[in-house]
Ligand binder design. Structure first.
Ligand SMILES: *Cc1c(COP(=O)(O)O)cnc(C)c1O
Length: 427
């Protein structure tokens, strides 16, 4: 059933490292080869062998209205017909910035970039520029893109400066990155004792890159208080949770607010867009208003802005979609849990708005180490492989979250749970 994809993958591997342009797509952690996609339509993906899948990945988050949404498609085509890029200001950028600024009390200005990686990298430079400090503090299991200083892993013992997690990253470039355990307040306090040069604390307030692991309210409060007490800025990386966890992302459902927010994924509705945003005082440090340099030839690209603007306006006009998305996410994970229980399999589930997560584990993990320690990765791999065969496309790693879109139907969810039941009988 995957003949064409298998052949396409072999051919891709000849000319593209690992056959893919982003490693997770290669299905390394679940085995097998990835289906090559021909097209998407609403809730569904169609591969080049003609297989149809209910898509719970939605391009890793961006497509909250599903594939090939008519209104977004029309906006993109109409804008593309006027020219793809000008390297000069367009009204679309101000329009999208206004839509965002209107939503958040703590945001006055937005700068657009072309990816989540770029948004975070720029937000950190801004935080360093504003505070005049060098160190940054991040948490194990939070992903903030692939820029050098963020590719760190725990060194010897916690509360240390991270060491590079990838060859090609000089230790000199990670020596200013402190690495703490997620949801661990004591560890965070110790980090602030270890360094008086911390410019910012960055985290995913609802982590979705170690599976779905929300930060506890107490932990977020501690982040806020320690930043304030020590003159550091707090950055929420909402590249995934933004316009997903709620209309206002994690910021919309949490009490504690950040100084800088980064966006990506949903903000471009499938086109390459990222953004970072803050108060006018903080953003005033950014070039050309201030002295912190940041730039991009294709930043604020009109076609990408048109996609993001159409999607965001649709969301703002129909804020009730989030209740519907969450109801479906809850129905899906509760259904999966029910059939897991029935078959004597430990499954931990959670949702935040349109994000959902499930772990093959007997206890709910609260940080990266617990995800790694508690979860049955082999069982996940088998489950994933068999679900694909039955036409249900989940993220190909237990370290990834799932995404509900408006087009997935009650029947899709019901059928998914029936398929999962059949698979779990032999899992
Ligand atoms: C996806 C993601 C990024 C990186 O975004 P890219 O567009 O892949 O560069 C950064 N932070 C978080 C939280 C993400 O989920």
């Amino acid at each position: 059933m995957f003949e064409n994809s298998i052949k396409a993958y072999e051919q891709a591997c000849e000319v593209i490292p690992g056959g893919v342009d982003s490693p997770v797509r290669a299905f390394k952690s679940v085995g097998g080869t990835p289906p090559f996609i021909d097209r998407g339509e609403g809730a569904y993906l169609f591969d080049i062998d003609g297989n149809k899948y209910v898509d719970f990945v939605q391009s890793w988050g961006p497509l909250i209205f599903g594939h090939a949404n008519k209104e977004i498609e029309e906006a993109v085509i109409a804008t593309a017909k006027k020219g793809l890029s000008f390297g000069a200001p367009t009204l679309l950028e101000t329009d999208l910035a206004n839509e965002i600024v209107e939503m958040f009390d703590n945001i006055d200005k937005v700068r657009f970039v072309s990816s989540g990686t770029e948004a975070v990298m720029s937000a950190i430079r801004l935080a360093r520029g504003v505070t005049g400090r060098n160190d940054i503090l991040k948490f194990e299991g939070c992903y903030h893109g692939h820029s050098d200083s963020l590719l760190v892993q725990a060194g010897s013992g916690l509360a240390t400066f991270g060491s590079p997690s990838s060859p090609g990253v000089p230790a000199d470039l990670t020596k200013h990155t402190l690495l703490c355990e997620f949801n661990n307040i004591e560890n965070l306090k110790k980090c602030f004792e270890d360094s008086d040069d911390i410019s910012c604390v960055i985290l995913e307030p609802i982590a979705g890159n170690m599976g779905l692991v929300p930060a506890s309210p107490e932990f977020l409060k501690a982040c806020r208080e320690l930043c304030d007490a020590n003159g550091a800025l707090l950055i929420y990386d909402e590249v995934m949770s933004g316009f997903r966890a709620s209309l206002k992302g994690a910021s919309g459902i949490l009490e504690t607010q950040a100084d800088i927010i980064t966006f990506g994924k949903v903000i471009g509705a499938g086109m390459p867009v990222g953004a970072f945003a803050a108060s006018k005082e903080i953003m005033g440090h950014l070039s050309p208003e201030g002295t912190v340099y940041q730039a991009g030839t294709l930043s604020g690209n009109p076609v990408a802005m048109a996609a993001g603007l159409t999607s965001l306006r649709k969301l703002k006009a129909n804020p009730e979609v989030y209740e519907g998305l969450n109801a479906k996410a809850v129905k899906l994970v509760n259904g999966l849990k029910e059939v897991a229980d029935k078959n004597g399999i430990g499954l931990q589930v959670d949702t935040r708005g349109s994000m959902f997560g499930f772990f093959f584990a007997d206890k709910m993990p609260t940080n990266f180490k617990e995800v790694t320690d508690f979860c049955d990765f082999k069982r996940f791999a088998t489950f994933h492989r068999e679900m694909i065969k039955k036409g249900f496309y989940f993220a190909c790693s237990q370290y990834e979250a799932g995404f509900m879109c408006t087009e997935i139907s009650e029947d899709d969810i019901k059928n998914c749970i029936i398929a999962a039941d059949e698979i779990m009988k032999n899992l």
